[in-house]
Design a protein around this ligand. Structure first.
Ligand code: PMP
Length: 413
């Protein structure tokens, strides 16, 4: 309260005017998924009302129209990431599928026994488990860059782990569990010096800052639309063209072939080679609308607003006794993860929920990272462009209430 908000866009998001538990919804679980503006909801329903047909196969007008909308969505993603060409964008179900595509197409054919995959100690399970499965099949070896006490990657250890056997580095751009912004440009340059390719997990980054895959010089970049105000079940994978053009298919079916006979099939050009079956066409239309919505506001405006919320939340938490913030890097996006003395994160989440404040409690699909900090999980508040300083105040008030209930807060005498 009393803070001037840089952005006031909550009115664009219908769900934010509903009540939960008889209270105003204070939605601070944006790291899990974001809410959707009217522009996105209407774009999807308008598609089904006006434009629905299957793509890339009809001779009829409506099919061509749907195909145009789908390809316009690809061009929008190209712009978002500043990729050199739209053929470098493959539509996926989300970040998880994008990482699996890199794993089962590129890595499965490129890696041999003894080759090394280097990931980091702050990866989401989706950037750990596919590589473990691949290592079991190929005899490749998984190595892990350690995390420091402040929740940053140890770059000296990273340098030491890179070597001639390193074929792939997989790193999260912004940690969903801590909010740390990793120095990926520097890490990519170091990986390229030893000839390794780099996959960036951009799930938490694209909604919060400008991303430029050409400036970063990365090889693979994956994200999900649902974290950037778009629909669930759709996302995209960027792959540098020369790499993508040489990658073998991973899922077979309609739309990804050139010719099929029982003796042999030939495959479509990229990116169609990686889009087997009828895709989530309405999802692409919704994602397109979500990207336009963010672009109209401006990524720098969004980033500045979220930074002010993060700063305020961090100051509020620091002013309460018995609260430890996990992840204290200088460069952080709008995520604050913390533990409270004497209150289990799940109990905290439940008490806050009764106040209408939605946060996430648990391991955040990053169990090895929790183990690194010797905790079972954290409570996490994560911000989006529609959050306000009133939301931060509601979080702080909920925390004070929880501490009072548990008898762990400051005494009020
Ligand atoms: N990586 C990170 C850093 C994430 O935050 C998430 C989503 N929590 C994912 C990967 C997986 O994204 P999805 O579930 O949309 O595939």
């Amino acid at each position: 309260a009393g803070h001037a908000s840089l952005l006031d866009r909550a009115g664009d998001f219908p769900i934010l005017s509903r009540q939960v538990q008889g209270r105003r919804l204070v939605y601070l679980d944006n790291g899990a998924t974001t809410q959707k503006p009217v522009a996105v909801i209407q774009a999807e329903s308008r598609f089904y009302e006006q434009s629905n047909a299957n793509i890339h196969r009809g001779v009829h007008w409506l099919s061509q129209h749907a195909t145009d909308l789908y390809e316009q969505g690809r061009e929008r993603v190209r712009q978002l990431l500043n990729a050199a060409r739209s053929e470098e964008i493959v539509f996926t179900r989300g970040t998880t599928e994008g990482i699996n595509l890199v794993c089962w197409s590129w890595a499965r054919s490129a890696l041999k026994q003894g080759d090394e995959i280097l990931i980091t100690g702050m990866e989401h399970h989706s950037n750990i488990v596919p590589w473990q499965l691949l290592c079991e099949q190929t005899g490749a070896v998984l190595r892990v860059v350690p995390v420091t006490d402040s929740g940053e990657l140890d770059l000296d250890e990273y340098r030491a782990l890179l070597g001639p056997r390193t074929r792939l580095v997989g790193v999260v751009h912004i940690s969903n569990a801590l909010g740390t912004i990793n120095p990926i440009a520097e890490m990519i340059a170091m990986a390229h010096e030893v000839g390794a390719k780099v996959l960036i997990d951009g799930a938490q980054a694209v909604a919060h800052q400008t991303v430029d895959v050409q400036a970063l010089d990365c090889d693979f970049y994956a994200f999900s639309a649902h974290k950037l105000y778009g629909p669930t079940g759709i996302g995209a994978l960027y792959v540098r063209y020369d790499i993508l053009a040489d990658m073998p298919p991973w899922q077979g079916g309609g739309d990804m072939i050139h010719t099929v006979s029982f003796e042999r099939s030939t495959y479509a050009d990229v990116p169609q080679r990686f889009e087997a079956g009828t895709p989530n066409i309405a999802g692409v239309v919704g994602m397109d609308a979500a990207i336009r919505y963010m672009q109209e506001i401006g990524m720098d405006t969004i980033a500045a607003h979220e930074q002010s919320l993060l700063d305020a939340a961090t100051a509020e938490l620091a002013s309460l006794p018995g609260i430890r913030i996990i992840g204290t890097a200088d460069r952080k996006a709008g995520i604050v993860s913390f533990v409270v003395d004497g209150i289990h994160p799940h109990d905290l989440g439940t008490i806050l929920d009764m106040e209408g404040v939605a946060i996430r409690a648990g391991h955040h699909c990053a169990m090895p990272l929790m183990t690194r900090f010797g905790i079972p999980g954290t409570a996490r508040a994560s911000f989006a462009l529609y959050n306000s300083h009133d939301d931060v105040a509601a979080l702080a008030a909920g925390l004070r209430k929880a501490q009072k209930l548990f008898g762990t807060g400051p005494r009020d005498d």
